[in-house]
Design a protein around this ligand. Structure first.
Ligand SMILES: *Cc1c(COP(=O)(O)O)cnc(C)c1O
Length: 220
């Protein structure tokens, strides 16, 4: 590791620990030795965005890593990660949620999920529309998905230099999170995953309690 040295990584860890924010190291495209370098410094939450890559890495790396899936997930591929994945952060449809529930049941597991919300202005970004999500929560989700633990929301802001816009998008997601949290009988709905290497400072200011950092941790 060149720039992300032990000292540097420990100060990043301390920064988020002080703020009670959970740090997910997004290790997509990174070689196993670089993942292990963070693992040996205590990091356990790692995120991947491709099923094939995640399955390979899970088989080769320590068992106690908590793998987060953060990319677009096709329903037909859920079965490959259902046996071991710790949290699926990118659930963007009811169909996918149902599939995860079914596969979790097959594996005799309960899988934690975050629902991805479309907050960015870009057309190509995935996620639930806000109003569809409101409808979903009116439908007593706690009753329908016995093998899913609905832990919270995830969102990605627009890729832009306009900090005001990013701030607004994160604020919107936080307000929605607070609103949905009030849904009766919803337990454990307590994670707001927003912020990446370029915008985590804005996400923290808007109430994120989980960040997903890639390039900042794995600098060349
Ligand atoms: C790649 C990725 C990240 C990390 O991005 P960086 O800018 O490298 O920190 C976070 N979240 C998701 C969903 C990603 O795909």
């Amino acid at each position: 590791m060149d720039r992300c040295t032990t000292d540097n990584f420990q100060s990043i860890v301390a920064f988020f620990a002080e703020r009670k924010v959970r740090l997910v190291a997004v290790s997509k495209t990174q070689a196993n030795n670089r993942i292990l370098a963070l693992y040996h410094q205590g990091q356990r939450d790692f995120g991947e965005n491709r099923v094939d890559e995640l399955v390979l890495k899970q088989a080769q790396l320590p068992e106690d890593i908590q793998w987060h899936f953060v990319g677009h997930l096709q329903s037909k591929k859920v079965k490959h990660i259902a046996p071991f994945v710790s949290m699926i952060q990118s659930v963007d449809s009811v169909k996918l949620l149902q599939k995860i529930n079914d596969q979790a049941e097959k594996n005799n597991r309960i899988i934690s999920v975050l629902l991805q919300v479309k907050i960015a202005s870009e057309k190509n970004k995935y996620g639930f529309e806000v109003n569809d999500l409101r409808k979903f929560f009116k439908n007593k989700p706690d009753k329908h998905y016995k093998h899913i633990r609905l832990r919270g929301l995830m969102g990605m802001a627009t890729l832009t230099d306009d900090e005001g816009q990013i701030q607004k998008e994160f604020a919107k997601l936080c307000a929605l999170f607070e609103e949905l949290k009030m849904t009766p009988k919803l337990k454990d709905f307590d994670i707001l995953s927003m912020g990446m290497s370029g915008d985590y400072h804005l996400a923290l200011a808007q109430g994120a309690n989980m960040v997903r950092l890639g390039s900042l941790l794995f600098q060349d």
